[in-house]
Design a protein around this ligand. Structure first.
Ligand code: FCB
Length: 782
């Protein structure tokens, strides 16, 4: 087995931050931070404050050489100023002793976003004084821990802390003023400079800052970096690069703000906050720059676009969604972005030594009794490590790599739903279990390199053996064939989950032949009318064409056309298929997925399988509609259901039923087909059977429009006597009288998700189905 190895002495480890893991928010005199105030989630996090020994042991078992943690400022200065709280510092004292005993080198970050609330109340980062309080804090921490910390980082990602905290308001403290974002950024830079000076004066050996550096590119450059830009796009790229990257790099490493950024700052905030001498402090030489990399910023010029509040001064720049595989966070996966960043930094700031201080991903893990399977995270880290290695070969000065992060944790405004950890945490019990990625990373560290061949994934054979069935049966189940008994289906699906099996059709078709063509297969008729279909065709086509694919549109309207389409795909004339199936169960989806060519579906299929699909939360939308009616005091709510063989209609009915059950009420149903006339007829029937009826929830807008007509005919006023709610939010829904209250199905998002799903499959990635939220749109009819 040959090995792609890393330079000798390359530093391997993980990063964490105090607020995200420690918990114990009032233990030993800790004061509140802005995140305690801002966060809506349970503050216990991973209870690392009490479980640090176990966590250090875990790291030791995984072979980590380095651990980057952050010190919680409000533990040390509960009131922001005054005397340091020794009990708080003692925790880090214990942690350091434990780390050193385990042979792990500690890297300490002083500010990872948890400003003492008292300092926020005194003005927060827009106030210059906060930078001086930071320097005091740095001195106090160094005094206690300085003898054991190898490298000090002052601030973590000041762009995020300033522009999300004070610009867009998406992060704590939740303020949204462009001027404050710029003054905060400057004061964080000043805090960094004052901090480095204070640390050095106290005898610290190595100090630096941690910046999130995102390469900025246009959509076309994502796949073709060398692509030349129009002057307008080049200007857009430069402006965002100045805001996101150079605003921090240049003051720290060159002692000046970028010339093209100064007018942008001045327009938003004036320049009065930048005092003489500040930049000299900020550019105090550093020993290492921490680089956090997750994803690029993709932009293009678009004159009509208003400024994004997180990027004040960005008017005329569109932040683009690109058709690449994404993490569960929705962040595009672009490993080459890491080489780009590292190479660029080493070219433009050649004196600076680099450490990748964060890189990692949120994915949906498969949690089973025999382990936590996260093949996506392994691929993500592996691809980024390969990119890093390329940059090192090209001369980038990178001294190590720290994964974000050790434990699943409290991901800021997103709470506990995000899973970035190498180690799974069960938040009910605080039990820790290393995921497959942790064990894989341990091996990487052990051999200081990657194997040239990827680890073997479970195959069809492995699944068949585990489920004690034939390979053909496994294949039938994963492709959604109806001919398998429910028991066998359950056994196979269990084996699939336990083993983390991913059908590797895409890999096969990659290995054989590439046509660069994708078939968009339209089965007719579709429920919900032509609007969704038209939009999906338009969006999917433009996204996939944008990704360099040729599109072939195929109509599946007869048995003969089905046969021809299957033949076409079997002959490998396409690389992948986007199927917009007719809603009534037909066999086209399963026949296509048996060809081994990647297929993705619009809408959940009637039979569970591994063929990934994109759908909306039909049950959730129907429950929201029903709850609205209940909250309005409606007591006799009828539902007009469309044909019951449609999966979406069945899901809408079950959401409606569930909401009624919670409210202790019985459903009243009438079944229709898809037409307005049948919606009217079903409504007349409901009104006849239940004279007290005061609301109708219809499974589609077309049926709801029929219900409005029936109400008019029998002299019921809408909404006074009868409330009516539909589903889909078709164009006609806002043109009825009264305008229809309905549930919006996000058409463009569905199309986007479908295109992404297919691209992920074409890249041979593991993909899970996507269910998008459906939102209630309240108009006049209820
Ligand atoms: C970085 C933060 C870190 C974590 C990751 C996902 O921006 O520094 O705390 O939230 O993103």
């Amino acid at each position: 087995m040959s090995i792609a190895s890393f330079p000798e002495g390359f530093v391997w480890g993980v990063s964490t931050s105090a607020f995200q893991i420690e918990g114990a928010t009032s233990a030993d005199g800790r004061g509140p931070s802005i995140w305690d105030t801002f966060s809506a989630d349970r503050a216990e996090a991973c209870d690392h404050y009490h479980r640090y020994s176990e966590d250090v042991r875990l790291m030791k078992d995984l072979g980590m050489a380095a651990y980057r943690f952050s010190v919680s400022w409000p533990r040390v200065f509960p009131e922001g100023t005054g005397k340091a709280n020794q009990a708080g510092l003692d925790f880090y004292d214990r942690l350091l002793d434990e780390l050193l005993a385990a042979g792990i080198t500690p890297y300490a970050t002083l500010y990872h976003w948890d400003l003492p609330q008292a300092l926020e109340d005194a003005g927060g980062w827009p106030s210059r004084d906060t930078a001086h309080r930071f320097a005091d804090y740095a001195v106090a921490v160094h005094e206690k821990l300085g003898d054991r910390v190898d490298t000090w980082f002052t601030v973590n990602e000041p762009w995020v802390a300033a522009f999300l905290g004070y610009g867009s308001g998406g992060h704590a403290p939740g303020r949204a003023f462009a001027a404050e974002a710029f003054t905060s950024a400057h004061h964080m830079l000043l805090a960094h400079g004052l901090g480095v000076r204070a640390l050095r004066a106290a005898g610290a050996s190595k100090a630096g800052a941690v910046l999130n550096i995102s390469p900025v590119m246009t959509p076309a450059q994502v796949s073709d970096l060398g692509r030349a830009l129009s002057p307008e796009d080049a200007e857009a790229v430069a402006r965002i690069d100045a805001l996101a990257n150079r605003q921090f790099l240049d003051p720290i490493l060159r002692g000046a703000y970028p010339a093209d950024l100064l007018p942008v700052i001045e327009r938003a905030a004036g320049l009065g906050h930048v005092h003489d001498g500040d930049l000299e402090i900020i550019s105090e030489p550093i020993d290492v720059l921490g680089v956090n990399y997750y994803t690029p910023l993709v932009v293009q010029a678009q004159p009509s676009e208003p400024a994004d509040p997180a990027f004040p001064g960005s008017a005329g720049v569109l932040f683009c969604t690109i058709p690449t595989a994404v993490t569960a966070m929705g962040w595009p996966i672009v490993p080459n972005g890491l080489s780009l960043v590292l190479r660029r930094l080493s070219e433009e700031y050649p004196e600076t030594e680099l450490l990748v201080t964060e890189n990692g991903a949120d994915f949906v893990d498969v949690v089973t009794g025999d382990g936590i399977h996260d093949p996506d995270r392994i691929s993500f880290i592996e691809e980024h490590l390969r990119a890093l290695r390329t940059a090192v070969e090209d001369g980038a000065r990178v001294r190590g790599y720290l994964v974000w992060t050790l434990l699943d944790n409290l991901e800021w405004a997103d709470g506990y739903q995000r899973k970035f950890g190498l180690v799974h945490v069960d938040f009910a019990t605080q039990r820790r279990r290393p995921k497959d990625s942790a064990l894989w990373y341990r091996d990487v560290i052990r051999r200081n390199g990657l194997t040239e061949t990827r680890p073997r994934r479970p195959t069809l054979e492995t699944v068949a053996a585990r489920a004690r069935v034939s390979r053909a049966t496994v294949s039938r189940v994963v492709n959604g064939e109806a001919s398998v008994s429910p028991e066998v289906r359950t056994a196979v699906m269990r084996a699939v989950t336990e083993l983390g099996y991913v059908p590797n059709a895409a890999a096969r078709s990659l290995a054989t032949r590439r046509t660069n063509t994708v078939a968009l297969v339209l089965s007719v008729p579709r429920q919900g009318g032509d609007q969704l279909t038209a939009a999906v065709v338009q969006y999917v086509t433009s996204m996939l064409e944008g990704a360099g694919k040729q599109m072939t549109l195929m109509l599946a309207d007869t048995a003969e056309s089905h046969r021809r389409i299957v033949q076409h795909v079997e002959a490998r004339l396409v690389d992948g298929v986007v199927l917009l199936p007719a809603d009534r169960g037909d066999t086209l989806a399963e026949r296509l997925s048996r060809t081994g060519v990647p297929v993705v579906l619009l809408g959940k299929p009637a039979i569970a399988s591994l063929v990934p699909y994109v759908d909306v939360d039909n049950a959730g939308g129907a429950a929201a509609a029903t709850e609205l009616l209940l909250a309005q005091g409606r007591r006799h709510i009828g539902m007009v259901c469309g044909p019951m063989d449609l999966v979406a209609v069945r899901d809408r009915l079950s959401g409606h039923r569930e909401a009624l059950r919670r409210a202790g009420r019985q459903p009243l149903l009438a079944v229709a087909d898809l037409t307005r006339a049948s919606g009217a007829a079903a409504t007349r029937q409901l009104l006849g059977d239940h004279p007290g009826l005061d609301a109708v929830f219809a499974a589609t807008d077309q049926l709801a429009i029929g219900a409005l007509r029936a109400a008019r005919e029998v002299g019921r006023r809408v909404p006074e006597d009868l409330a009516v709610v539909g589903f889909d939010d078709v164009d006609a829904a806002s043109a009825t009288a009264p305008e229809l209250t309905t549930v919006r199905v996000p058409v463009a998002d569905q199309a986007l998700a479908l295109a992404r799903l297919l691209l992920s499959r074409l890249e041979g990635r593991h993909t899970t189905s996507v269910v998008l939220p459906a939102r209630l749109v309240v108009r006049e009819s209820a």
